[in-house]
Design a protein around this ligand. Sequence first.
Ligand SMILES: [Zn+2]
Length: 419
Amino acid sequence: MPKQNGVSRHIVLTSHPNRYGSQPISINWGAIDPLQRGPLIATLTNQSHRNVIGTHSGSYSVYRALAVARGELQSDHKPDLSNTSPVEYIGPYPSWADPDKIVSLDPFGAIVGEVFTSYYEQGYDIRPTIAITKAHINMPELQDAVAKGRLQIDGKIMKPGGDLVVTKAAIEPVWYLPGIAKRFQITEGELRRALFEQTGGMFPELVTRPDLEVFLPPIAGVTVYIIGDIQDIADPGKPLAVRVHDECNGSDVFGSDICTCRPYLVHGIEVCVQTAQEGGAGVIVYCRKEGRALGEVTKFLVYNARKRQEGGDRADAYFFRTECVAGVQDMRFQELMPDVLHWLGITRIDRLVSMSNMKYNAITSSGIEVGERVPIPDDLIPQDARVEIEAKKFAGYYTTGDVLDASNLAEVKGRSLVD
Ligand SMILES: [Zn+2]
């Protein structure tokens, strides 16, 4: 076939199975033996090998397409995976063998290079969907916690200078469609059709290939930061602190004062360090679900709508303004979030650093026991974020303090756009 810049001139449709003849390797989701479960193959160069819908790298697959289009990347490039294997191993845990417990990631995603060697020898292109490495992280707030005596330098978990030693895992989404449909109590047909139509028909196999049950969606994934020994996470005899945090670039990175995201994230890290230093472990789950998974454009539109409405930015209208713009208050679907906790083998959380009732309900109804819930300390809440926090507490977020009544809620006001 003639090729130009590594791009085939011949467009290959993925939507009609018969032209490929042989059946791809089957996937038995929930099998504890990875060879019985089967590898996930999303190659774009050998269509007959494909046993999933979509492709790797989530939303970054679009940049890969640009690199191929520009001739900078060969479309048939196979990654050289030498020395990329995990620095720490996670699992297998009993939860991996339950097809209902984990439906939105591949529990074997970090170890494909080790468990599927026989397939590699046969020329299959199998790629990791999880990578596990180690790092030192340092944040000014943690140095401040050391200076004020709330955290100790122990030379192992926290090094001199406030460097925190972490193991971190990056996880790409892998959706087992029958399991996702079951989790949301909809039919698989309804799920496939909505995914197909609402992406502008981006993945025809969603509707033409019911035999392919695994979808690599074009969305961002999750990063896990582990503090302490990795084995201790799954040991119910050792204390475990967890914060599940949804991305908020404006606050997390740039320190915007309209919400509590960064202060609460850092408090979560502090509780994780304390728990690890008490002989347990801490886990930060960082989910790339910017602006309640509505995205930053919607988020900034809502900020304007909140601050320009009659009576100014007020806690009693907080959720309403989001719903006006987005049509819903939230699209994070916490029902899928506990999957990562089950991948880590977590069965009990002693300190859940979150006030979200949606996260708490999702975690506990997935079978994980939760001990203490840790709210954000009052002195960490920025003045302009009072609107958010009071509105959330009124809506059912966990608090050990008072919840305002409806009339007092209207009195909690934020800054205007011109201040
Ligand atoms: Zn935020």
